[in-house]
Design a binder for this molecule. Structure first.
Ligand SMILES: Nc1ncnc2c1ncn2[C@@H]1O[C@H](COP(=O)(O)OP(=O)(O)O)[C@@H](O)[C@H]1O
Ligand SMILES: [Mg+2]
Length: 249
């Protein structure tokens, strides 16, 4: 619902369809993310979560629908332009450049920028927050632990100076304590006013971190609302596991 006089959401998705040949990964998905919000998408493996982020990032070509970011459409297959417009994606599986150093990995995140001194300051600040990564700045990133690699890829995405930070399953394969650290970093990023869209199979974690949550299953939104309301909703599990067929919102 649009309130008269309110600005339109930072990200707006209407009836998005993504197909891979015969497989329909997303069937007419609609959702929005307001500036400064933390929104999560939860759903089991194969729900369509990565396809959704891929389409927003301009990596995956939609078969139908519209994606609008900051009032303008996202052009499909235009990843670099999308990054320049302020959309950053931290993909599933913490892809560091294993043979490059920690510092080189971070510097790569800033290739779309020309304010090199500011980039240096931001990297220095990140090393203050994560001294372990600072100490290992000249070591190959592939030798870091899973948790350290996750911190590194988030910092790398932040160096593109995004308006919208998207994360695909940041807690996957990490111990609970390490996941806590990742989500503390996201809380710090949020406190700086950034908008975050996070995808998780780990629903409890996502519900705790996000203002609003969409439950995705079989390429459809099964349930959506304020995270606190969904956490208390007796129909949540059924929606998550695809036992609930009607799409709400
Ligand atoms: N490149 C691809 N080619 C063919 N099918 C794909 C491709 N990527 C994803 N799919 C299929 O699309 C559906 C949604 O996948 P995905 O978006 O990766 O879901 P999730 O991230 O929620 O696990 C699944 O059925 C998956 O097998
Ligand atoms: Mg995925």
């Amino acid at each position: 619902m649009t309130i008269a006089g309110a600005s339109s959401p930072l990200l707006s998705i209407d009836n998005l369809v993504v197909r891979y040949g015969q497989i329909t990964a997303l069937s007419s998905i609609s959702l929005h993310v307001g500036e400064g919000e933390v929104v999560s998408i939860v759903g089991p493996n194969g729900a369509g979560k990565s396809s959704l982020l891929g389409a927003i990032a301009g990596l995956v070509q939609p078969s139908g629908g519209h994606i609008t970011f900051a009032g303008e459409p996202i052009a499909p297959k235009a990843l670099e332009r999308t990054v320049r417009r302020g959309v950053a994606l931290v993909p599933e599986g913490r892809h560091v450049f294993g043979g490059l150093t920690v510092l080189e990995n971070l510097t790569l995140g800033a290739t779309v920028r020309s304010d090199h001194n500011a980039v240096k300051d931001e990297i220095a600040r990140f090393f203050d927050i994560f001294p372990i990564l600072g100490e290992r700045r000249n070591e190959a990133a592939g030798r870091l632990s899973g948790g350290e690699q996750q911190m590194l890829v988030i910092a790398r995405a932040m160096l593109s100076k995004p308006r919208l930070l998207m994360l695909d399953e940041p807690s996957l394969g990490l111990a609970p304590k390490v996941t806590d650290r990742v989500y503390e970093l996201l809380a710090e990023i949020r406190a700086r006013g950034l908008t975050i869209l996070v995808v998780e199979q780990n629903a409890p974690r996502a519900l705790k971190a996000a203002d609003r949550t969409y439950v995705l299953n079989g390429g459809r939104v099964r349930l959506a609302g304020a995270s606190v309301a969904l956490a208390a909703d007796p129909g949540f599990e059924a929606a998550y596991f695809g036992l609930r067929t009607e799409a709400k919102n």
